[in-house]
Write a protein that binds this ligand. Structure first.
Ligand code: AMP
Ligand code: TRP
Length: 333
């Protein structure tokens, strides 16, 4: 069977450099060699409260980001989850396949629910079953995800395996995670020990894809560093999280290894290094940000891409989910 890639991103908040280097840029590269399906997972988003208007605009914004970064809807399928009913349908079946004990082990639920566990939505708890449905509704074989999603992918494999065993079929493939590339964990510009994140209150902790050149320059100028020049070995660099992060960002944007980037800047003062990092960041992110701004204003185009993507996604998922329903013993419609 041909490799089929599925991945999802939550349409919550603005896209930042971490999303770009850790996820979207990899997707852009994958679309050349594989059958790819990229999904704005709006049904996952509502597992925590979303203002309806913001959910709508964020769905368009994140789609615009993907398109601006180079995801080509002629090469792959781009759509939002809620338009394809197969996801919810299969998720229910998986709610009945997955065991409570499995979900109780999910660290993301524990983190997100925190101390307010009794007050978390049932959807937040069942979230990994919906994610398994996203992937398996297309019989996807490969799933590019960040490190944080590996546990959910293992659960997806357990669900596929249990479904196959319970019903004595070889129906669902066991999808493989694809953890991509080096330097994919981008840290906060304010604190090298924290991930760059959209939920961090300070906007100066991240570079958003929509930030213009002046703002990018200002954020890099104000990024936390230490008083020493850049070291000449990776071992030394790794003792200095902020320096390591900025050099990692440079290397990722320049598409080179960290060693190579370090060789270029060993002994340099931060002021010089930051100026070059700014030039590189503006040159590579500027055009994406501009195109994104343009697309965000062209809602009818973005909506059309999503609608057409959903039709194509539905054509793939519906027959698979219908077959799964027959295997379960549901009467044929
Ligand atoms: P999130 O913004 O957490 O919904 O993540 C969307 C995608 O971006 C996921 O594939 C994450 O793994 C990736 N991502 C988010 N933040 C970072 C970061 N700071 N560094 C690298 N990848 C990230
Ligand atoms: N849970 C993923 C995240 O928070 C998003 C996601 C939902 C996903 N469904 C998916 C990723 C299917 C890969 C495949 O980042």
């Amino acid at each position: 069977m041909k490799n089929r890639i599925f991945s999802g991103v939550q349409p919550t908040g603005n896209l930042h450099l971490g999303n770009y280097l850790g996820a979207i840029r990899n997707w852009v590269r994958l679309q050349k060699d594989f059958d790819c399906i990229f999904c704005m997972v709006d049904m996952h988003a509502i597992t925590v409260w979303q203002d309806p208007k913001e959910l709508t605009s964020n769905t368009r914004m994140v789609t615009a980001g993907l398109l601006a970064a180079g995801i080509d809807p002629r090469n792959c399928i781009v759509f939002n989850q809620s338009q394809v009913f197969a996801h919810a349908q299969l998720a229910w079946i998986f709610n009945c396949v997955a065991r409570l004990g499995w979900l109780n082990r999910m660290t993301q639920f524990k983190e997100k629910a925190g101390k307010q566990r009794e007050n978390a939505s049932v959807g937040l708890y069942a979230y990994p079953n919906l994610m398994a449905a996203d992937i398996l509704a297309y019989k996807a074989t490969h799933v590019p995800v960040g490190e944080d999603q590996k546990q959910h992918l293992e659960l997806t494999r357990d669900i596929a395996q249990k479904f196959n065993n319970d019903f004595g079929v070889e129906f669902f493939p066991l999808p493989e995670p694809q953890i991509l590339g080096e330097a994919t964990r981008v840290m906060s510009l304010r604190d090298g020990s924290k991930k760059m994140s959209k939920s961090e209150p300070s906007d100066y902790s991240r570079i958003n894809l929509t930030d213009g050149p002046d703002l990018i320059a200002d954020k890099i100028r104000k990024a936390r560093t230490d008083p020493h020049p850049l070291p000449d070995s990776i071992a030394e660099l790794e003792k200095r999280p902020e320096a390591d992060n900025l050099l990692g960002i440079y290397a990722a944007l320049a598409d080179m290894g960290r060693e190579q980037a370090l060789a270029r800047f060993a002994g340099a003062q931060f002021s010089d290094f930051k100026a070059q990092l700014t030039d590189l960041a503006v040159a590579s992110l500027g055009p994406i940000g501009e195109e994104m701004q343009r697309l965000v204003r062209d809602t009818s185009h973005v909506d059309k891409v999503l609608r057409e993507g959903a039709e194509r996604a539905n054509a793939l998922a519906e027959p698979i989910v219908r077959q799964a329903m027959e295997i379960v013993g549901f009467l044929k419609a």
